[in-house]
Ligand binder design. Sequence first.
Ligand code: SF4
Length: 78
Amino acid sequence: MKLYDNEFTNGEITVNYDPNKCIHAEICAKGLSEVFRTTVIPWIHMDGADSKTIIEQVKKCPSGALSFCYNKELAAVK
Ligand code: SF4
């Protein structure tokens, strides 16, 4: 599910994408193409893998363009 323009959630975690930081190395798309799809909208498909796998790939983003939080934390700060 897509929240805002660059926020995507599967209900458990939310992945945020900052296009200003992205260096287009495509490590995300090459590492987990079921989720990070460069040619399909929405480009982050949160149902493509489980949360643990998505988190592992987000952590490999070299620019910091991808980040994530658990939705419990999100609910706590709002
Ligand atoms: S891994 Fe990070 S820097 Fe590389 S394309 Fe994906 S979001 Fe952009």
